[in-house]
Design a protein around this ligand. Structure first.
Ligand code: GDP
Ligand code: IMO
Ligand code: MG
Length: 429
């Protein structure tokens, strides 16, 4: 019986929320281990849409949900999200949501800094979600962050705020931004403390106990492996590690707790924000994919850039995250195309290469080499069994498996929970 880690195998928005919700029926605990409310995970259950950013997608099934230390937590965003879910009839009592005491907080000053940087010259813009994610991780690594547990200790909080502001106010003065008043920040944090502290826990201990009891743990990644701070398309990345190994550090369970890694990827490619995207179709094809796939960001509403499936990139993330099986989503979006293209290599400076080069300059220059595959005119949307798929769609899936060197374990054919085809059960692999 394996614990399963779900990670995005592209640039995010692959459909992780839907798949985690589907898998969570079999799980006892669902854990977020990195990122924050930059994530936007959409679940559609019996026609009702749930949009989750910080909360693990298992909350909708009332599973024990855990936010690990690897996450950066905006307490206001958390309370807002709990309120939105409650309005949809999903109540999350503290016994169902446990948040690591050592989770670093996102404060308004982080969001302001993120927004200020993004409003600068286009050459320095990353296209972030402006949620303060990057600045909050900077403070974590800079050893000056306010952590959840600090809210329980007002006596030392004042000193910690002072330490944090000695850094931020110098930075803000340099940028012509008003300084942050330490006393006001202290008062804000003291006011919010009683609302979030009931969720606080020693998450590493809790997960260790669950593991010993033989409970099934499902780790829910946010973003995608190509947005990883180390392995992604730097600097056009998020500020956390998004590859599967982070499930261990971001939760406090050792890596041996990870049994199976499920990579989620779309049957094509999308990206939000700036950065290289070799198979991008800035043309009618891209528009058609975007319209059919409703490719608008869950968090920011920005249109997503769309393009053909890039097997080179997914082959690379399969290796980076040790992916055992793929969940291929949005196959239905490709219904009705006469032909489909799949990138099988790049041409760079007259040479053919089979991986994404590491440098920003080379990534921008890499030209895709395509293989053309015939499309299908039948409808795959809503298919719930392999037998319901047209032969040509099966060929497309099989070719992807071959090119990326990894089997497809799950196929998704609509946003609805039940429109999912299971080939191999990750928990039983
Ligand atoms: P995540 O960030 O990886 O959880 O993905 P998002 O929720 O941001 O984006 C995926 C979008 O595709 C959501 O609107 C889902 O409802 C939708 N979706 C997921 N799977 C499928 C599918 O198989 N077909 C279609 N048409 N839509 C899907
Ligand atoms: P989910 O979990 C897609 C992108 C942003 C930007 C870069 C840095 O829904 O797949 P950040 O705000 O993290 O500093 O932005 O990362 N990005 C995402 N793109 N899906 C996401 O999450 C993303 N989270 C961040 O667009 O390019
Ligand atoms: Mg998303």
């Amino acid at each position: 019986m394996a614990n399963v880690v779900v990670v995005g195998a592209q640039w995010g928005d692959e459909g992780k929320g839907k798949i985690v919700d589907w898998l969570s029926e079999q799980a006892d605990v669902v854990v977020r281990f990195q990122g924050g409310h930059n994530a936007g995970h959409t679940l559609v259950i019996d026609g009702i849409t749930y949009k989750l950013s910080l909360l693990p997608s298992g909350v909708v099934r009332s599973k024990l949900s855990v936010i690990g230390n690897g996450v950066v937590l905006d307490p206001r965003a958390l309370l807002d999200e709990l309120g939105r879910l409650e309005a949809l009839g999903v109540k999350v009592p503290p016994e169902n949501l446990r948040i690591a005491e050592n989770t670093c907080l996102i404060l308004p000053l982080h969001q302001e800094l993120d927004a200020m940087r993004e409003s600068g010259a286009s050459s320095t813009r990353i296209g972030t979600t402006k949620r303060g994610i990057g600045p909050a991780y900077e403070d974590k690594v800079g050893r000056r962050a306010i952590r959840l547990m600090d809210l329980a200790d007002p006596a030392s909080l004042e000193h910690k705020i002072e330490r944090l502001l000695s850094h931020h106010n110098a930075l803000r003065r340099g940028h012509g931004m008003p300084e942050v008043d330490g006393k006001a920040l202290y008062a804000d944090l003291c006011a919010i403390a009683p609302k979030v502290l009931p969720y606080m826990d020693s998450v590493w201990l809790l997960l260790d106990r669950k593991r010993r009891e033989g409970k099934r743990i499902l780790f829910e990644g946010a973003q995608g492996s190509l947005l990883d701070i180390d392995h992604g398309t730097y600097p056009y990345v998020t500020s956390s590690n998004t590859v599967s190994a982070q499930a261990a550090t971001g939760s406090g369970l050792g890596p041996s707790a990870i049994g199976y890694v499920l990579g989620i990827c779309k049957a094509y490619t999308t990206r939000v924000g700036e950065g290289p995207f070799p198979t991008e179709q800035n043309n009618e094809t891209g528009k058609r994919i975007g319209e059919r796939g409703r490719e608008f960001g869950t968090v920011t509403g920005r249109p997503r850039r769309c393009g053909w499936f890039d097997a080179v990139l997914v082959r690379q993330t399969v290796r980076l995250s040790g992916i055992d099986g793929l969940a291929l989503t949005k196959l239905d979006v490709l219904d009705g195309f006469d032909e489909l293209k799949v990138c099988v290599g790049y041409r760079l400076d007259g040479r053919e290469i089979e991986y994404l080069p590491a440098s920003e300059h080379a990534q921008a220059k890499a030209e895709p080499i395509y293989e053309t595959i015939a499309g299908w005119s039948e409808v795959t949307a809503g298919a719930r069994s392999w037998a319901d798929l047209p032969a040509q769609a099966i060929k497309y899936v099989r070719r992807i498996e071959e090119l990326v060197g990894c089997p497809v374990a799950l196929l998704s054919t609509s946003p609805e929970r039940e429109d999912t085809i299971l080939m191999r059960n990750p928990f039983e692999s």
